[in-house]
Design a protein around this ligand. Structure first.
Ligand code: SF4
Length: 313
């Protein structure tokens, strides 16, 4: 079996920064360390931190007063920050800078009097955080059908923003519907779908037609990982999303001559290696590594962590 190994795949700069933040925070303050929501949407990453003594919480009220809390890569609303402040918590903000950029755009448009159409998945941590920046000025749209139902009584001008991890194809369809219905809508100053999402999707779109099957490594609640499976399927290639090698069903591999292997932005690469080893041992797998884009993005650790480090010395 030929294993087409997609590059880029796996960890993005935001995920690397968020994971290093929790690792270093653990070193500095030790357990109990609290993380608001999953630091990144990956079961293996979360399980590792739980074993190291991290407590993941869904509300700030679960963090004891004066405790230390890390905000996840997906970002949080001002309400969450305020509640942590009221509880006198030490806050370490591991929000990806590319998510912060969308928050800043939402704040700016809302201040300028725009009503914002946020293209994204309702309930996703990132979308919840962005909406929290201007709750009265944002409407979430998930599909062209949502756009068709929109009706605004007031005269406010409109702008749109998008979640960072959407499928580019889906987002473009929704944005087209927005522009058709509201030709004067203001566009974001630059693309909100992030470089990592774009590059991983581009690799799958380019390589999937060569493969009989696509395996995406990632968790079910990882938006960008789910999008990768959809893109492979839209190219006519069967696709499955797995957390690790144990979830591969051998019946999927029957008659597969070429398998495309990739990973979402929150999936550790050792899980990909585990699958390669399994395919090499059991299916005479041989690697054909493909690079569609070179990435060199790097994000600094959060300032709040650097401050904590300096005070700990
Ligand atoms: S997927 Fe994009 S927005 Fe999300 S953490 Fe990675 S770089 Fe940041």
């Amino acid at each position: 079996m030929k294993i087409l190994l997609a590059n880029p795949r796996g960890f993005c700069a935001g995920v690397i920064m968020a994971i290093e933040t929790v690792d270093e925070a653990l070193e500095l303050v030790g357990p109990p360390l609290y993380v608001y929501h999953e630091i990144v949407h990956n079961r293996h990453v979360v399980d590792r931190f739980v074993k190291l003594g991290v407590t993941f919480v869904d509300t700030i009220d679960e963090v004891p007063e004066n405790g230390t809390v890390v905000f996840s890569a997906h970002g949080v609303s001002p309400e969450v920050r305020n509640r942590a402040r009221e509880r006198n918590c030490t806050m370490i903000d591991a929000t990806c800078p590319l998510v912060t950029k969308v928050h800043m755009e939402a704040i700016r448009y809302a201040r300028q009097g725009y009503h914002i159409l946020l293209v994204g998945h309702a309930g996703h941590d990132e979308v919840v955080g962005t909406v929290g920046e201007a709750p009265n000025a944002i409407t979430i749209v998930e599909s062209p059908q949502d756009v068709a139902k929109l009706h605004f009584e007031d005269e406010n001008p409109l702008a749109y923003l998008t979640q960072t991890t959407l499928s580019m194809d889906d987002a473009n369809r929704i944005i087209s519907a927005i522009k058709d219905k509201f030709p004067n809508v203001k566009e974001p100053p630059s693309d909100d779908i992030c470089y990592a999402t774009t590059n991983r999707q581009h690799a799958v779109r380019y390589l999937a037609p060569e493969a009989d099957l696509c395996i995406v490594v990632g968790s079910k609640n990882s938006s960008n990982s789910v999008r990768l499976t959809e893109i492979a399927e839209n190219s006519g290639t069967r696709a499955h999303l797995v957390d690790d090698v144990s979830e591969i069903d051998p019946t999927w591999l029957e008659n597969v001559e070429t398998l495309l292997l990739t990973a979402g932005a929150s999936a550790p690469d050792h899980l990909v290696t585990g699958i390669i080893e399994y395919l090499q041992s059991n299916y005479d797998g041989h690697l054909d590594e493909r690079h569609t884009t070179v990435e060199d993005m790097h994000f600094e650790l959060p300032r709040s962590l650097r401050v904590l480090r300096e005070t700990a010395v």
